[in-house]
Design a protein around this ligand. Structure first.
Ligand SMILES: *Cc1c(COP(=O)(O)O)cnc(C)c1O
Length: 393
């Protein structure tokens, strides 16, 4: 592909419409309308209706897990989880995560203790946990990112050795496998997000999975102040209910999961091939999971070889309407709202926050788009001196 003048140097943006990083797979319109017709005919719109019940059954079959409790989003799912697990005091959590993970603890009056991650895998390990462990810690809330996973079994072994609970924010890893088990079967429970940007989408939505009957019963009662099923004693109830509309979209998305996953594999293969030619931009491998949903395409920028920082590349791509994103910038542990929480030095997290960039994938990005994006990165590198002068971020 021949590249015209780069947009940051005065040319026209290569993409007329913005190219986002989210997965954004949506169902076929006719199937969607069919589902909506059914809901309007039944006039059952929410509160554990037939589609929500079916979605829960399908998820638990798909993951091979005993209980799937659908909720309106993962953020409330995480808050309900902290309540259901009856946590106290401090909870260890990686700073390298979406802020909702940490805020779920704060909202339940728990004190987050920020933990570093491994520089290569981006995940917590027994080593980073050991450095973080202190008095009054009742649990570790692990996070599985990008379609990769932590060494979940090693982390759980560490937690059980210290007599504390382990549970997972697996928002980004629906459908991934670890050994013979699907993610969703680990820890005391796991939380998934079905937000529109995730591989499995109900547009807004989420799910908590567990093999523990007691925890599941508590979650079902926390989910709705109306109560549901056999009432068990819980302190605070809420409204985390999934609507029939969300469940309808979720069911269609689950039907297509392997189609989306296959497309994501092709996306990764294309990036792998194209980025090999560009020194200083490395595509991060999948870690942990032996089967991945390929939620995110994560690259690491080495300024020594690329010629400029990650921020310069990101800004130059933004000028072309390629909405590559840095995560989880500027680092939750640097936010003033967490000033009163327990802080330790997080060297690997600080480096990752500066070095990584997530590139577009999912439904809005065609294979041809990916080739264009990679040619752009190459062209930005070829003009890096001029680009660096014009672009500051
Ligand atoms: C998306 C995401 C969430 C939040 O999910 P919502 O459904 O939008 O509330 C939480 N944690 C992680 C790691 C996520 O990626």
């Amino acid at each position: 592909m021949s590249i015209k003048q780069l947009a940051c140097l005065g040319g026209k943006p290569l993409f007329e419409k913005s190219v986002p990083v989210g997965q954004l797979y949506f169902p076929d319109w006719d199937k969607f309308r069919n589902s909506m017709d059914g809901i309007f005919e039944r006039q059952f719109y929410t509160n554990q209706g037939p589609l929500t019940q079916e979605f829960e059954k399908r998820i638990s079959d798909f993951l091979g897990v005993k209980h799937a409790i659908c909720v309106t989003n993962a953020t409330i799912g995480l808050m309900m989880s902290a309540e259901a697990l009856q946590l106290k005091g401090k909870v260890i959590v990686p700073s390298f995560t979406f802020i909702a993970t940490i805020l779920s603890l704060k909202r339940c009056n728990l004190k987050p203790v920020f933990c570093d991650v491994d520089y290569f895998t981006h995940h917590i390990t027994p080593t980073t946990l050991e450095r973080t462990m202190q008095k009054d810690v009742s649990a570790v809330l692990g996070v599985n990112l990008w379609g990769s996973t932590a060494d979940v079994e090693a982390v759980e072994e560490w937690a059980s050795r210290h007599g504390i609970i382990c549970y997972w924010d697996s928002s980004q890893t629906f459908g991934c496998s670890l050994g013979n088990n699907k993610i969703g079967n680990f820890g005391s429970l796991e939380v998934f997000s079905f937000h529109a940007t995730k591989v499995l989408s109900s547009m807004e939505g989420g799910c908590i999975t567990t093999n523990d009957d007691k925890i599941a019963a508590r979650l079902r009662n926390i989910r709705s102040s109306y109560g549901a099923g056999y009432p068990v004693e819980v302190v605070k109830t809420s409204n985390g209910r999934m609507s029939e509309f969300q469940a309808a979209v979720g069911l269609l998305s689950l039907e297509n999961f392997y189609k989306y996953q296959k497309n994501n594999e092709l996306v990764r293969e294309t990036y792998t091939k194209e980025l090999q030619k560009i020194k200083g931009v490395t595509l991060e491998n999948i870690h942990g999971a032996n089967f991945s949903n390929h939620q995110s395409i994560v690259v690491r920028i080495n300024p020594e070889f690329f010629g400029a920082s990650r921020n310069v590349l990101m800004k130059a791509l933004h000028c072309e309407n390629v909405l590559a994103r840095r995560y989880f910038h500027p680092g939750n542990h640097h936010l003033s709202q967490f000033d009163h929480d327990v802080q330790i030095q997080l060297n690997n997290t600080d480096r990752l926050i500066d070095e990584i960039l997530v590139l577009p994938s999912g439904q809005p990005t065609s294979i041809q788009d990916i080739e264009k994006i990679c040619s752009l990165i190459s062209e930005i590198k070829n003009n890096i001196k001029a680009v660096s002068k014009l672009v500051t971020y």
